[in-house]
Design a protein around this ligand. Structure first.
Ligand code: FE2
Length: 425
């Protein structure tokens, strides 16, 4: 019987596979860029290791795009093929990933909660559960899940980082900062804990401190996957933008946010889109960057992996004037909202679709439509997920539309495409 570094039993015939599986776990918890390599090595050492296939499935699902989703489903099938010989914990985790793969997030969360109750050492499962709570805008449970397993972990910086982020999202900023700094005192290379503190400093308006904090850790980000690498740079750019230094923010977009992005990857695209939009909302001319970015968005048209992603993509397409894509994507989002799992049904139908309509109107300079459509959904935006900081963008956009609508109904947005309503208000 083999155990992993978390002291959890792993069903495998190969100690070599266990060693690589420990690397997979470490890369997952540290958002490391070597996770795919570690997965391949673990599965090469033991192609029958169900939990390694399940971790692979979870990793590829978390990429939230159609190509990686196909890869995820292949691994999930293999995990299910070898599930009978596995432990209860492994079986529950595989069930959680299977539920996720069908969009049954409620069910997935039930399995992650059950694992947290019976196997609190399993931080991969806690991280996965937090991921789902994050993308349904449930900060309370995001925090609670980390708290639930705290007694089983002493001096575990990964858990402290997870808890710090949960505390920050719940508005417990002092506790979040203490917890995040405690994690970094143990291991300064923990990018999620760095990120949790970055959120606290941003929320409290401690912008100069935030720049010092994040720039002090940039040397550790070379080990990060592109999602957290570009997201942490995005936070740095936000600080500069708050200081009014849009030149540095724009330079960071070019060099470190979009510049270091895996350009086909939805989460990397989200950060770049959000930064471009924030720059524009401050009156910065971003040149042809919308066009350059949006050429990578074609694959988003029918994926609908996360409403949060769709909203960013559809806005960028609109700003780039790709109105055929916009119409196709909006239509596809509406169809998806009718068929999605009931646990996500209302968020898609009642929040994501109208928000998309409002964003498209804003991108076209139709301020009145933007304000009319967005107003009823503003108080429900948390249902589409994302952090407070990320969602603050939509509030800024709404306020911008309001200001323009009040000033004049005339389109004054730079580089506006001809006004073409794609929906009835
Ligand atoms: Fe963040």
């Amino acid at each position: 019987m083999f155990k992993d570094a978390q002291n959890l039993v792993i069903t495998s015939v190969s100690p070599v596979a266990i060693a690589h599986l420990n690397d997979v776990i470490d890369h997952a918890l540290s958002y490391g860029k070597g996770i795919e390599d570690a997965i391949i090595k673990a599965l090469t050492a033991d192609p029958t290791c169900a939990i390694a296939h399940a971790y692979a499935a979870a990793y590829f699902l978390s990429q939230e795009n159609a190509v990686d989703r196909r890869q995820a489903l292949r691994h999930l099938q293999m995990a299910q093929q070898y599930v009978l010989q596995t432990t209860q914990r492994e079986q529950w985790y595989i069930q959680a990933i299977a539920a996720w793969s069908t969009g049954a997030i409620d069910q997935a969360l039930q399995w992650h909660e059950a694992i947290a109750q019976s196997y609190p050492q399993d931080l991969i499962s806690v991280q996965q559960g937090q991921y789902h709570y994050f993308y349904r805008g449930d900060a309370t449970n995001l925090k609670r899940l980390a708290e639930r397993v705290l007694p089983a972990h002493s001096d575990n910086h990964y858990l402290y980082g997870m808890l710090a982020f949960g505390l920050e999202q719940c508005g417990a900023l002092k506790q979040a900062e203490v917890m995040g700094r405690k994690a970094i005192a143990i291991n300064r290379h923990d990018p999620w804990a760095q990120h949790a503190v970055a959120h606290v400093l941003e929320t409290q308006g401690r912008v100069a401190e935030g720049i010092v904090w994040m720039e002090h850790h940039t040397d550790t980000w070379t080990a990060c996957n592109s999602m957290l690498l570009t997201h942490n740079w995005w936070h740095v750019a936000l600080y500069y933008l708050k200081q009014g230094d849009w030149q540095t923010a724009l330079a960071l977009y070019d060099t470190c946010v979009w510049g270091q992005a895996r350009k086909e990857t939805p989460k990397d695209q989200v950060g770049a889109i959000a930064l471009l939009l924030r720059l524009e909302l401050q009156g910065v001319d971003v040149g042809d960057r919308w066009q350059a970015l949006s050429s990578y968005l074609r694959f988003r048209l029918h994926e609908h992996a996360l409403p949060f992603q769709d909203l960013h993509a559809v806005y960028a397409m609109s700003r780039a004037g790709k109105m055929t894509w916009v119409a196709e994507m909006l239509h596809s989002m509406q169809a998806h909202a009718q068929t999605v799992d009931q646990s996500q049904h209302r968020a898609w139908r009642e929040v994501a679709v109208p928000t998309a309509q409002g964003l498209i109107a804003h991108a076209q300079g139709d301020w009145l439509t933007a304000t009319t459509v967005l107003k009823p959904v503003m108080h429900r935006l948390h249902e589409i997920g994302g952090s407070h900081t990320q969602r603050a963008l939509f509030k800024q956009l709404y306020q911008n539309a309001q200001r323009h609508a009040n000033a004049s109904a005339v389109c004054t947005h730079p580089a506006i495409a001809p006004k073409r309503l794609l929906f009835a208000v």
